[in-house]
Design a protein around this ligand. Structure first.
Ligand code: MG
Length: 398
């Protein structure tokens, strides 16, 4: 008998857990496969998708002996390497096939590691089909949270984002109505402490130089602009049903504390650990259990001091824009996300400056009349509209 009363919703998970990894060749995807490799007795990979990296897709499909493979970019449908998929493995193409992969009857859990708005539909289909959704695609919640959250039953929607995994872990066994505030931690990014004048001259190479976390290029730029942190504020607001202004961003340069929850009585719980995405990925698969770590353990006696600071929303305008989009709600976060995808890409190509990212996003938001979110089709249309507005704004920078 334990002295603790377990009030957490504890969903029973099948064993082995049959997993589909969407976006299996990206940063989160490959780290997910790493976790699956280490826990082959508990997890079976049954379905994989890749956008265009068919070589890596086929290699993973052969290693795990999967039953289903999907290539999202139809331009790669004829790649000769696909002939080497394992015997009996089904192969499908395109965005519709990707959404179908998320709802396959022989899948228990979908790891959504797709990048950007492209991942929203798959997450929606997974929840609708009653799958456990371990999502790294935060756009699913930021843009389509109004549609996805009502579909999420207890224990079936688990964040992979390190901060939200931390908050989730701090809330297991707690009551959300006892939450006073969420402290969402932030490494500060590569440009922490700089002025707007200093930021104006920064290039994509500067942003990509020294990441604290091992991440893809898109999210590394979003981390430098703090747009990623802004997205995470929106994500927390949806996921934990907390007022957006009760989500405070806390700069924690060492990335040891992955976020904290402050309760009504003033007690604050934090989740600490290595800065390694495999831990939150694994937790999303193992919940409500914990499995042996995939990482080197930390000797806290040897750690340097942990420091705190405040995020500067005046300097990092993207963070302020995201919070504003969240306060407005409805379709505004869709516009924020779509315009940012265009600006982020343009910045990586060298077609605009660092400070232009927030100018482009702000221009698209200013032009938008927000609506209540009613369907994925509506969101896809507004996404396309916002991309056009962002391209117009980019053109005007000239
Ligand atoms: Mg994060």
């Amino acid at each position: 008998m334990s002295i603790f009363e377990d009030t957490a919703p504890r969903a029973e998970r099948p064993r082995p857990l049959r997993v589909a990894v969407l976006g299996c060749t990206g940063s989160i995807g490959t780290q997910t496969l790493d976790v699956c490799r280490q826990h082959a007795d508990k997890v079976r990979v049954v379905a994989l998708s890749a956008y265009a990296s068919t070589d890596a897709l086929v290699a993973a499909a052969r290693e795990f002996g999967v039953a289903h493979a999907c290539v999202a970019d139809t331009g790669h449908a004829k790649d000769s390497v696909l002939d080497e998929l394992p015997e009996g493995c089904s192969l499908t193409y395109g965005p519709d096939a990707l959404a179908e992969l998320a709802a396959l009857p022989d899948v228990d859990c979908v790891v959504n590691a797709l990048v950007g708005a492209a991942g929203i539909r798959a997450g929606y289909e997974a929840l609708k089909a009653g799958k456990v959704l371990a999502y790294a695609n935060k756009e699913s919640i930021i843009v389509a949270g109004d549609l996805l959250m009502p579909l999420a039953r207890p224990g079936m929607l688990i964040p992979v984002d390190s901060e939200h995994s931390a908050i989730f872990q701090c809330l297991v066994g707690e009551r959300t109505r006892d939450v006073h505030r969420i402290w969402l931690t932030c490494s500060g990014g590569p440009f922490f402490g700089m002025t707007r004048d200093e930021l104006a001259g920064k290039t994509a190479a500067d942003a990509l130089a020294h990441p604290t976390w091992l991440m893809g290029a898109k999210i590394t730029i979003d981390s430098a602009s703090l747009m990623n942190k802004g997205f995470e504020v929106l994500e927390a607001d949806h996921l934990f049903e907390i007022d957006i202004d009760d989500v405070r961003v806390l700069v924690q340069r060492q990335s040891r504390i992955h976020s904290m929850v402050e309760f009504s009585d003033g007690s604050t719980l934090a989740q600490l650990g290595p800065s390694d995405m495999r831990i939150p990925i694994q937790y999303a698969l193992s919940y409500p259990e914990r499995w042996e770590t995939p990482c080197e353990r930390i000797d806290w006696c040897q750690e340097s001091p942990i420091t705190f600071g405040e995020a500067d929303e005046d300097t990092f305008g993207c963070l302020a824009l995201a919070r504003e989009a969240g306060r407005i709600g409805g379709t505004m976060p869709c516009v924020l996300n779509a315009a940012n995808e265009i600006a982020n890409e343009a910045f990586r190509r060298g077609d605009c400056g660092f400070m232009d990212i927030e100018r482009i996003v702000s221009a698209a938001m200013d032009a938008h009349e927000p609506e209540t979110v009613s369907s994925l089709v509506q969101l896809e249309e507004i996404d396309a509209w916002a991309r056009d507005k962002a391209r117009d704004a980019l053109g005007r920078l000239g």
